[in-house]
Design a protein around this ligand. Structure first.
Ligand SMILES: Cc1ncc(COP(=O)(O)O)c(C=O)c1O
Length: 385
């Protein structure tokens, strides 16, 4: 069987998944919960895990977080759907404002929930505030204000952009002025490679404006563990959890993870990030060598994705077919557009493939891009010339 070059989805690095350490942590974590397993965990979930996650937020953001304002969820995706369900109103148009390019999973979930998405233009600093204001004004005039603004201000998926502090403050000001709640999805928080971190939006707003914050362990450990969390102050947290009918998050998973993370969260994160940065840099180098003359791409300082701009004349179907034949996986730009517009972009996820697969796979992808567009020159020749 030919090798698969998997740049498709936002998975983490298998080589730094701490299998043995987790296995050891499982024994003590499970013993600590003991007979409590015979009860339902409840809406918030395992206290020790919530304390660790509250500390994660406090350490990063420099403000105190109450563990009782944190609820464990089945990945941050459950937070995405619980939040939407909490705000939807039967029989009325339900509109949510999002970046016009956003996470494909959220787009799919919102569509299935019957939500209409109103897209805001994005640039290399995230959501454009003048356009946000124009969209909110239009919706207000139409008598259909949105239920909330869903935003990915940090390591945006798919573009990798980070919204600067000034723009964050503007976003909050606009949301206040129009009276629209903010849902901040910070799923990639701490997958950070260089430079300073921007503050989470929730730290910049000390009013009681409704703000719901979603985060996860998926990107600093692995999506297979399915542990995410919602952080919101009362009464907002209760409103979100009101649609929770699952009896709470698995105590088994949370107890093992709490025992594993204990006081080594940041050591673990740093170890993951060193390996991920090496992979990101390998993709950068491959793109430069093999596609530097025909494509441009984002230079994310965190997250798991590189957003590639293809030659305008690329035949997307042909590229997909060539990539499939060569076992190269990637996510097409259209998957991230709220209306499915066929963009001249693709998203490369660098977390999962091993380094040598990156070294081999990028030239294969490059050959496909050249064959699917008018630029049939070999990348190596172009780069040398
Ligand atoms: C922006 C964003 N939010 C949420 C998710 C869902 O992640 P999980 O449910 O694994 O925490 C993802 C996964 O890729 C994502 O990119």
């Amino acid at each position: 069987m030919n090798r698969i070059y998997d740049f498709g989805s936002g998975c983490t690095n298998p080589d730094t998944f701490p299998v043995e350490e987790l296995a050891k942590a499982a024994a003590s974590g499970i013993r600590e919960v003991g007979a409590e397993f015979s009860r339902y965990p409840g809406d918030l979930g395992h206290l020790g895990m919530r304390q660790i996650l509250a500390r994660r937020e406090s350490d990063r953001e420099g403000i105190a977080i109450d563990p009782d304002h944190v609820a464990l969820t089945n990945g941050s995706m459950q937070g995405v759907t619980l939040t939407a369900e909490a705000f939807l109103v039967d029989g009325e148009p339900n509109i949510i404002v999002t970046e016009e390019l956003t996470y494909s999973g959220t787009i799919g979930a919102y569509r299935r929930l019957g939500v209409q998405m109103a897209g805001v233009r994005v640039d290399e600093q995230g959501m454009c505030i003048d356009d946000l204001e124009a969209v909110l004004q239009r919706l207000q005039h139409a008598g259909t204000p949105p239920r909330f603004i869903y935003t990915l201000p940090t390591y945006q998926n798919p573009t990798g952009s980070v919204m600067p502090r000034e723009r964050r403050l503007q976003l909050i000001e606009v949301a206040h002025r129009f009276g629209i709640p903010i849902v901040e999805d910070n799923c990639y928080a701490d997958v950070h490679f260089e430079g300073d971190k921007e503050p989470a939006l929730y730290t910049l707003d000390d009013t009681d404006h409704p703000h719901i914050y979603l985060c996860s362990l998926s990107k600093i450990l692995g999506p297979g563990v399915r542990l995410g969390y919602v952080y919101a102050k009362p009464p907002m947290l209760k409103k979100v959890l009101d649609r929770r009918y699952d009896g709470g998050n698995s105590l088994l998973a949370a107890s093992v993870l709490a025992s594993f993370f204990g006081d080594r969260l940041w050591d673990h994160v740093n170890r993951m990030n060193i390996a991920l940065k090496e992979k990101r840099d390998a993709v950068f180098a491959g793109l430069q060598t093999y596609l530097g003359d025909v494509c441009t791409w984002s230079h994310p300082v965190g997250g798991l994705f590189i957003w590639v701009h293809l030659p305008d004349d690329v035949d997307h179907q042909k590229l997909r077919q060539l990539a499939d034949e060569a076992n190269v996986r990637y996510a097409p730009g259209s998957a991230f557009h709220i209306e499915g517009v066929d963009l001249p972009n693709l998203r490369l996820a660098f977390g999962y493939p091993p380094l040598d697969a990156i070294h081999e796979g990028i030239p294969v992808l490059a050959e496909g891009i050249r064959s699917a567009s008018g630029v049939a020159d070999s990348g190596e020749r172009a780069a040398a010339g």
